[in-house]
Write a protein that binds this ligand. Structure first.
Ligand code: MG
Length: 230
């Protein structure tokens, strides 16, 4: 039976934002904490914005509080649009065609499951006019752990469907082992694409249910979505 709910990761799955995130994070550190040329060259793949912010605070020996983190991410978001315009973000292969097909099909609730805070998720997707494809999402505003974001997205999907969902009615589409782990946390199935920053060996080790090099093989991707696992 076809997957009822599809939860898409953003970075490395739908788009690549280049260095926009790092540029905006660095600018906000300079502005708020007077750090000239802050170090922001940390790993971003599969991370949540909250966890990235906390690591940057640690590295610069800034005491972390939820309020300080919130202030920082708010400022980061306010710089993000401009940073993205300077970076020429990339729409990944097959994405627009797949989203349009699924939209036209009308059988699926299409949501986001991302470590991005919602404002930045919206800015990234609006750059390619993709935001209207999504009905709901789990975002990184209130959670540092991706599994908690997945649980929130699942609850929102149930509210939209108006009934309890079985976990295998949900397919997560992402690009890193972190996407596999959060799928396992809620019992959902997971398709990983090879368009992110992670080596194939690490993806294989995480044992996703499905793998494709990217989303461009439209017929194959639609077939697995419509076959489901139930
Ligand atoms: Mg990703």
């Amino acid at each position: 039976m076809s997957y009822r709910v599809l939860l898409f990761d953003i970075d490395g799955t739908l788009v690549r934002a280049g260095g926009a995130g790092k540029a905006a994070l660095a600018r906000a550190l300079t502005e708020l904490h007077a750090i000239e040329q802050p170090f922001v060259d940390i790993s971003f793949g599969g991370r949540t914005d909250q966890s990235i912010a906390r690591e940057l605070f640690d590295r610069h020996e800034i005491p972390w509080t939820p309020e300080a983190g919130q202030e920082y991410l708010d400022l980061y978001a306010s710089y993000f649009h401009e940073a993205l315009q300077n970076q020429a973000p990339i729409l990944l292969p097959g994405v627009r065609e797949l989203l349009q097909k699924l939209h036209d099909d009308g059988r699926h609730f299409m949501g986001l499951l991302t470590g991005n805070i919602e404002r930045c998720a919206q800015i990234k997707l609006e750059a390619f006019h993709l935001w209207p494809y999504f009905h709901f999402g789990g975002f990184g505003d209130h959670h540092e752990d991706r599994a908690e974001i997945a649980a929130e997205a699942f609850r929102r999907a149930e509210r939209l469907c108006g009934r309890e969902l079985r976990p295998h009615e949900v397919l997560i589409i992402g690009d890193t082992p972190a996407d596999v782990r959060c799928a396992r946390a809620i019992g959902a199935d997971v398709l990983i694409v090879g368009t992110g920053p992670v080596a194939r060996a690490a993806i294989d080790e995480a044992e996703p249910d499905f793998f494709h090099d990217d989303l461009s093989r439209l017929e194959d991707i639609l077939k697995l979505i419509h076959a489901g696992r139930l």
